[in-house]
Ligand binder design. Structure first.
Ligand SMILES: C/C(=C\COP(=O)(O)OP(=O)(O)O)CCC[C@H](C)CCC[C@H](C)CCCC(C)C
Ligand SMILES: O=C(O)C1=CC(=O)c2ccccc2C1=O
Length: 299
């Protein structure tokens, strides 16, 4: 291999390790929670919004860096060339960067609490971080029992979205809670889809992911119902007058949902071909939540 080719493939591995598209799952709960607040109050505190957004991105970086650290301990990532621990060969360094990200995020959240004179936002997000630890950290490793999707749903949905709403309003909202379900489903779908190509490594490492438990075929059959529920709930909430009609803009994500279902249905048992389904799910998550928020603001 030429030096250029080696450098190009190294760069690709680093990009895959850092996972830039994945940060959409941290951004959207804050975006939609804030958009519900704007919908209800017609105001926004930009300082809190930008600080919260930065903290959410740092927390996702922490979660993923820790994931590589903990997965290096169970051996599940031994074939994962884009694990940051495998790339750097230095687990403690990855752990230190991860904890640095968390510390910075906590500082940002503390600033929000200081501005609000109220510790609620920090409490809610620390709870989310706790769920993130339960997912992968010893002795729990609940993701290995197939429970990751439940943790993911609550962290990125009701807890994360409500925290963003609370950071703007210092109050609670049923509309926000209901909307958080529409945010949480596609994010949980991203996690669910990330298991399809990993069945072999997961079984070897004793990880009973939902796809290991269900099998790839049954897993693929669940997707149309789950994808459909995002749009049925949005449409239902509009019909009930809970959400403004503009939130139907999120239906622009329907083609991504169809593409995801078709792709997984066709390739569910071919790891090399199904592996990119996670990115189709991210596109579905990105467009549905982005436009849900836009619709709330345009109301
Ligand atoms: C790290 C996560 C998934 C990676 O799983 P896996 O080990 O299968 O991946 P690799 O194949 O890449 O090794 C996601 C886990 C999500 C977790 C259940 C919940 C995390 C909560 C966040 C820490 C809090 C986010 C709050 C938000 C509003 C910013
Ligand atoms: O690396 C991954 O596969 C994921 C990382 C991540 O942070 C995340 C967060 C929320 C839902 C899914 C995922 C992943 O799949």
């Amino acid at each position: 291999m030429t030096t250029e080719l080696i450098t190009a493939s190294k760069n690709k591995l680093w990009l895959a390790a850092i996972k830039p598209p994945m940060y959409s799952v941290a951004i959207m709960p804050i975006w939609v929670g804030t958009a519900v607040a704007v919908f209800e109050t017609s105001t926004i505190n930009w300082k809190i919004f930008s600080t919260f957004m930065t903290a959410a991105i740092l927390i996702l970086a922490w979660e993923n860096l820790l994931n590589d650290v903990f997965d290096s301990e169970t051996g599940i990532d031994k074939n994962k060339h884009h694990s940051l621990v495998n790339l750097t060969g230095n687990k403690l360094f990855v752990l230190a960067i991860g904890n640095g990200c968390l510390a910075l995020a906590i500082l940002g959240l503390l600033a929000i609490c200081w501005w609000q004179n109220d510790l609620t936002v920090l409490g809610l997000i620390l709870l989310c971080c706790g769920l993130g630890y339960l997912y992968q950290g010893p002795p729990f490793r609940l993701g290995y029992q197939g429970l990751g999707e439940f943790l993911c749903f609550f962290a990125f949905g009701p807890l994360g979205v409500s925290a963003a709403y609370y950071s703007q309003t210092q109050s609670w909202s049923w509309v926000c809670l209901l909307t958080s379900i529409i945010v949480a489903i596609p994010i949980t779908l991203v996690l669910f889809c990330s298991h399809f190509h990993q069945v072999e490594d997961d079984i070897l490492a004793g990880k009973k992911s939902p796809i290991v438990r269900l099998g790839t075929e049954r897993g693929a059959k669940l997707l149309p119902g789950v994808c459909g529920s995002i749009f049925v709930l949005t449409g239902g909430f509009v019909l009930l007058g809970i959400l403004p009609i503009w939130t139907l803009l999120s239906f622009v994500a329907i083609p991504s949902a169809i593409k995801l279902c078709r792709h997984v249905s066709q390739y569910h048992n071919q790891p090399n071909l199904v592996s990119n389904c996670k990115f189709i799910a991210i596109s579905l998550q990105f467009w549905s939540s982005l436009l849900l928020g836009v619709g709330l603001i345009l109301h």
